[in-house]
Design a protein around this ligand. Structure first.
Ligand code: ZN
Length: 265
């Protein structure tokens, strides 16, 4: 289905559930390509060598080599890791931690949330506001992406799309997959905000009835799911499908709204 839509709108961006490649060394700043610019900012402000501000390079803590953790191989207990005693997980060498910009060293910056960071470093406000819009503003900047939940990674992908914004059309492939009803509501709220804030057109391939009912325009394709699906059975506003539709989607949608009306009493 996504490929069919892509043929019609080649410029559209696709966000799917595919996991992104993450490691212990990636965080929101590296993912959004902000970290390089932060390091440059520090090099300029402190008049020091740029490589000092990278924990993958000269600036790394010499004991843990910038990992922040020490791996322990405990014969009976298997592999485990503990916080590095030398840098306490900060990843940097002690001399780098002496260097400050805007009152903070670079490890202290990584302890901040997006909201606190944008106050201290307004030049990164655009990126940090986008993190807040996708509800990732609470995370510490240093948190490595391999500790993110699936939902947090999806929102991070969305943040990257909004930041680069190479298209006004966004295709979402079953974004409610595996979400609890409560989170489906949150997702709808978030997408509604994105539409008004960024002027996006969002095309969703979706089976969730709540999402269908909230759409501005609904295209019902069937009668079967998947590649054999075939024909457009209905195209229009959800309310029209409810009133006049005879498809299985129309029936399910009717049932859904009757049930939720009954719940409301
Ligand atoms: Zn260390």
């Amino acid at each position: 289905m996504v490929s069919v839509i892509k043929e019609q709108y080649p410029r559209a961006a696709v966000l799917n559930q595919r996991p992104i490649h993450v490691s212990n060394r990636s965080n929101v700043l590296t993912y959004l390509n902000v970290f390089d610019r932060l390091q440059q900012y520090y090099a300029k402000a402190t008049k020091q060598d740029l490589s000092l501000f990278s924990f993958n390079s000269k600036g790394a803590c010499p004991i843990c080599k910038g990992k922040g953790l020490i791996k322990l191989d405990l014969a009976y207990l298997g592999e485990s890791s503990s916080l590095c005693d030398a840098c306490y997980g900060l990843r940097y060498a002690p001399e780098v931690l002496q260097l400050k910009a805007n009152g903070l060293n670079i490890a202290e910056v990584m302890e901040l949330s997006a909201g606190a960071f944008l106050k201290k470093f307004p030049i990164f406000a655009k990126e940090m506001r986008i993190l807040q819009i996708v509800d990732l503003g609470y995370l510490k900047l240093q948190q490595s992406l391999d500790t993110f939940s699936g939902g947090e990674l999806q929102r991070l992908k969305l943040a990257q799309f909004l930041f680069n914004k190479e298209s006004d059309i966004l295709i979402l492939d079953e974004p409610t997959n595996g979400l609890h009803e409560h989170n489906v509501r949150k997702l709808i709220d978030r997408l509604t905000k994105l539409i008004s804030k960024f002027g996006l057109t969002i095309i969703m391939i979706e089976h969730n009835l709540r999402v269908m009912g909230q759409a501005d325009w609904l295209v019902d394709i069937g009668p079967y799911a998947g590649n054999k699906s075939g024909k457009v059975l209905f195209s229009g506003q959800p309310l029209d499908l409810l009133k006049h539709g005879e498809t299985s989607t129309a029936k399910a949608l009717k049932q859904y709204y009757q049930n939720s009306d009954a719940e409301k009493g």
